[in-house]
Design a protein around this ligand. Structure first.
Ligand code: SF4
Ligand SMILES: [Zn+2]
Length: 325
């Protein structure tokens, strides 16, 4: 096996981290793949290493980490963001020996990793923190895809397989270990009307805020080879309007970060195609500096499609789950 292998993706950028804007390096590594692998909207589960043995997986991941250290000088960024197509703390997907390579690569920096709740353990966190933690403020933050604080929506619309209570428990483990918590929420999973999706997001932001240092709103996109894509092809799903995202951000009492991935495209959050670009730019800027006046300015300019969005909010009909069997 060669000494270094290019990861799935990596790029430099800027991120808001604990009220500070930091230069960041985002890395997406090919891992063993998500062990849960069942969420209705998730296409990441298609990215998995099929190389076989645990030893080969460790070598392959270490080779990707070597590529990052060869291609980015350490002084080029302050914050490292590590993503796999699942959970960095899942020992089957990312053998814990690989955590040791991550912490050596990012020693002394701030790091965000993503994980499902069941893999957030005191042992995994303290293993990651040793070497990584060199006295810097907020060395490690675990990002958890809670998606919504509503257990029924998370179960029926997403099939996530854990509860809000499980999230709170994982957050407690993080806080006890001196690790930060980032909550990912997802606007408009399957089966919700635009109005219901907005209400769900508004409640979720308010309810998760006491348990998370950073709240991040993802806007649902239609990823390939997913159950959600099948609904979308049949005209049974539309990604959220960017107006909905703007409205939620404007109303939120907490600063919420949002990267409107796929913004303006049919498979991503979109409006009419004319106003989308300005709104996406405003949301990105707001995510960095938490200044609502940027959002308000674009909101006030408006667009003729705002009427269509208002009509949808008033007229879309929910297709209820039965209350009884
Ligand atoms: S959303 Fe996360 S937990 Fe769900 S299948 Fe995808 S990678 Fe796994
Ligand atoms: Zn428009």
């Amino acid at each position: 096996m060669s000494a270094s292998i290019k990861p799935l993706a990596s790029w430099k950028g800027q991120d808001r981290y604990f009220c500070e804007v930091m230069s960041s390096l985002t890395c997406i590594f090919l891992s063993g793949g998500c062990s849960w692998n069942r969420c209705r909207m998730c296409g990441y589960k298609n990215d998995r290493n099929t190389c076989g043995s645990r030893k080969e997986l460790i070598e392959h991941m270490n080779a990707q980490i070597a590529w990052i250290s060869e291609n980015y000088a350490s002084d080029e960024y302050e914050l490292g963001k590590i993503f796999t197509s699942g959970s960095v703390l899942d020992p089957v997907e990312v053998p814990h020996e690989v955590l040791d390579s991550f912490k050596r690569l990012f020693a002394g920096k701030s790091v965000i990793i993503e994980s499902r709740v069941e893999y957030v353990t005191e042992d995994a966190l303290s293993r990651f923190l040793s070497t990584l933690d060199q006295g810097q403020l907020h060395p490690l933050t675990v990002a958890i895809g809670l998606e919504t604080t509503n257990d029924a929506v998370r179960d029926k619309s997403i099939n996530k397989g854990f509860s809000f209570e499980d999230f709170v428990h994982a957050a407690d483990i993080c806080y006890d270990a001196g690790v930060g918590v980032k909550a990912y929420l997802m606007m408009k999973p399957l089966f919700l009307t635009e109005q219901e999706a907005m209400a769900d997001m508004q409640n979720s932001i308010a309810e998760v805020a006491p348990y998370a240092d950073i709240v991040s709103m993802n806007l649902c996109t239609v990823q390939g080879r997913t159950e959600l894509e099948q609904y979308w092809h049949r005209g049974e799903f539309r990604p959220p309007y960017l107006w909905s995202a703007m409205k939620v951000l404007l109303n939120a009492d907490t600063a919420v970060t949002c990267d409107p991935i796929g913004g303006g495209f049919r498979r991503g959050p979109h409006n009419c195609g004319i106003c989308d670009k300005d709104i996406v730019a405003a949301i990105n800027e707001y995510s960095l500096n938490a200044d609502k006046s940027i959002l308000q300015a674009v909101w006030d300019v408006g667009c003729s499609c705002k009427k269509e969005w208002e009509y949808v909010l008033d007229n879309e009909t929910p297709w209820n789950m039965p209350l009884t069997d």
